[in-house]
Ligand binder design. Sequence first.
Ligand code: FAD
Length: 281
Amino acid sequence: MNDRHLSFEFFPPKTPEGREKLRFVHSQLARFNPEFFSVTYGAGGSTRDHTRDIVLEINRAGSNATPHLSFGGDSKQSVLSLLETYREAGIRRIVALRGDLPSGMGGSTQLVYANELVQFIREHFGDTFELLVAAYPEIHPEAESYKKDIYWLGQKFLAGASRGITQYFYNIDAYFYFRDQCLAAGIQSPIIPGIMPITNYQNLIRFSDNCGADVPRWIRQQLKSYGTDAASIRAFGLDVVSRLCEKLLAEGAPGLHFYTMNQADTCTTLCRNLGFPITDA
Ligand code: FAD
């Protein structure tokens, strides 16, 4: 049971209160002894310093911190210097992404595809870092076709990535079909399902519309019917996501990566439900 991969994702808070809260969330989730905590990065450098500071703090607190990284419009030199900071701090894993530019930054800045970033890191840092990349069971919204998206995922692995983490999904068949199509295309690297807990109807729909994740009609309808009844939304969300995770693990997914949204409670309950061992101080 302990060989199932477990990791948690944070975003970098911008306020001292947010950082203080994240320290608590980290301390709660660290009890599950996850393989790593990853920290998102705003392409275009919008969160560069916040991401770096949180990554270094988590690392100092004794957990494996894993920064997300993308070029955005940054110079090669600034990406190299950030990677050097991470290397010196003992960070040994990066989530390499093309990223999305924050609204308002489009046009002036060239995005660099993730396979090119993977290649760039390998060229400059050899095997210093394990590189993880994003994968899309429901297919990336800008993809030319299903096949082409899998082709580009394969290019990320050929360039030197070793594992994938998926965009979140609630349709389990999408994941296993995707895994089979990846295998058929020669991709044998583990593809870890990304799991988004359900805690808020409006936020979920907004995020999902932005990133192209499908929220099935039966989930939307149930959530809508609860209105502002937060307790019912939470109970329904826990039920749906626990079942999803149980089935994923039972049917051979390599583990789980949780999009925590910097909240401890729901992920703690989910991980307990799923039998991930906890060490209480
Ligand atoms: P790529 O793999 O580069 O793919 C982008 C698109 O281009 C796809 O449609 C693909 O089919 C196509 N493509 C890929 N390579 C090529 C190529 N060489 N030539 C032509 N077409 C190509 N966003 C953030 O801004 N910050 C984060 O921290 C962040 N973390 C994420 C973590 C995970 C696990 C996931 C799943 C997503 C994350 N995202 C994040 C969102 C992600 O940045 C966006 O989905 C982005 O639009 C694509 O990034 P990518 O690395 O998948 O891009």
